[in-house]
Write a protein that binds this ligand. Structure first.
Ligand code: CP
Ligand code: NVA
Length: 304
């Protein structure tokens, strides 16, 4: 394993290794055991978009393993790449740091950086996908529901970066993914086809009726209706997505043991209501905590 650009490229074996290492390091941390596998190592971070969880969990993970982190934040999306080519930055950064984590608008930038870099590159959200989020989601899924194969994750909303990574993770683990949202926001059939081809098979269902979609869910998942960069479209989306809101009525139609996940940040009252986010079936804050455990797992494996 060198880079983590997407879960499909990561593959089943590495996906499982990251989950297992993250779970192991989580247990060791809870037992008070200090790690130092990244002593003397540095993480470089590029953030073209805002972040709370990713930015802080990357740095705290690296610090907790004995390493350090340096962050470049853009005040405008193009500032990084207008000043100097991606190619030159990748080659220079590789001389300074041991890993690079990148949050960009364009996935192509991360791919180009990875081609030119001699150190591992981690996609920490692009317009295409959010793989490290979903590794943490599936660690959480397993903690709540046990063996993943044969389980159902019902996703409500936009066929966006998070949804693409969820589909890939579902295909790698034998989970059924049920997608429910407005027809104009489906996961692209070409992407679904690629996942099917690479994973061998997928169990993917599109169900326009949210109440049917939730009927057999083990996990109910939602994300913002307008992702970062789509703010101008937010009002239109708000109307189109409202039938797919994760609220008390939808939760009441789900199996009693189903839990709710959201990658955060949440728009309370839009894609998810207060009663659900703050309720007893919300796994959302455990899910957020697991972001850090997964980065610890990733850095540990990349240091071996
Ligand atoms: N879920 C997630 O990536 O959160 P941030 O945007 O705060 O990093
Ligand atoms: N789909 C969201 C995820 C945020 C973590 C976005 O890209 O803004």
């Amino acid at each position: 394993m060198k880079d983590i650009l997407s879960l499909i490229e990561l593959g089943r074996e590495s996906f499982e290794r990251v989950i297992a290492e993250s779970a192991l390091l989580k247990a060791r941390r809870k037992a008070g055991i200090q790690e130092d596998c990244c002593r003397g190592k540095t993480l470089g971070m590029y953030f073209e978009k805002p972040s709370l969880r990713t930015r802080v969990s990357l740095e705290t993970a690296m610090n907790s393993l004995g390493g350090s982190a340096v962050c470049l934040e853009a005040d405008s999306p193009n500032r990084f790449w207008a000043r100097e080519s991606v190619r030159d930055q990748a080659r220079v950064m590789s001389r300074f740091v041991d890993f690079v984590a990148m949050r960009t608008f364009s996935h192509a930038v991360i791919e180009e950086f990875s081609r030119e870099s001699s150190v591992p590159i981690i996609n920490v959200l692009s317009d295409h996908s959010h793989p490290t989020q979903v590794i943490a989601d599936f660690l959480t899924f397993g903690e709540y529901c046990g063996k993943l194969e044969g389980k159902t994750l019902a996703y409500f909303g936009d066929g966006n970066n998070v949804a693409r990574s969820l589909l890939a993770a579902a295909a790698l683990t034998g989970v059924r993914l049920v997608w429910s949202g407005p027809p104009g926001y489906r996961l692209e059939p070409s992407y679904v086809g690629t996942v099917r081809k690479v994973a061998g098979k997928i169990d993917f269902v599109e169900e326009p009726d949210p109440f049917k979609a939730v009927a057999r869910a083990d996990v109910i998942y939602t994300d913002v209706w307008a992702s970062m960069g789509q703010e101008a479209d937010a009002a239109r989306r708000e109307k189109e997505f409202m039938p797919y809101q994760v609220n008390g009525r939808l939760l009441a139609a789900a199996p009693g043991e189903a839990v709710v996940m959201h990658c955060l940040p949440a728009h309370r009252g839009s894609e998810i209501t207060d009663e659900v986010l703050d309720g007893g079936r919300s796994a959302v804050y455990d899910q957020a905590e697991n972001r850090m455990h997964v980065y610890r797992g990733i850095f540990s494996l990349l240091s071996q």
